[in-house]
Design a protein around this ligand. Sequence first.
Ligand SMILES: [Zn+2]
Length: 121
Amino acid sequence: MSPSDPVEIYVARDSQDAHVAQLFLESRGVSAHVVGDFADAVGCGTGGLGIKDTAPKLWVLPEDAPRAIELIREYESSRSRRETEPETSGSGDAWLCPGCGETVEPAFGVCWNCQSERPAP
Ligand SMILES: [Zn+2]
């Protein structure tokens, strides 16, 4: 171990999660590296084997680790908040078309019957 060995602070669920976490850290002044992300390994000839088994990880410099760990906690709690909040689009209650009075499934932004736009909530 040399003093500059990077510290693994976070194991992401997938590549996107890793990069979002990385951006979260970097936007707060902590430089982080994504390690084990398949996107970075393209061209190594792995042929797609084991992609699902390889969770990307975030590495930071040792001097950044305490701050990075704090930030990752913040990141994870904000992420779980997002996931428990109801979606603001694409779900919810069915709505009544102002044009024809039909009930329209929440996934649709326009009436299936007369193509009226969904009224603003
Ligand atoms: Zn309608």
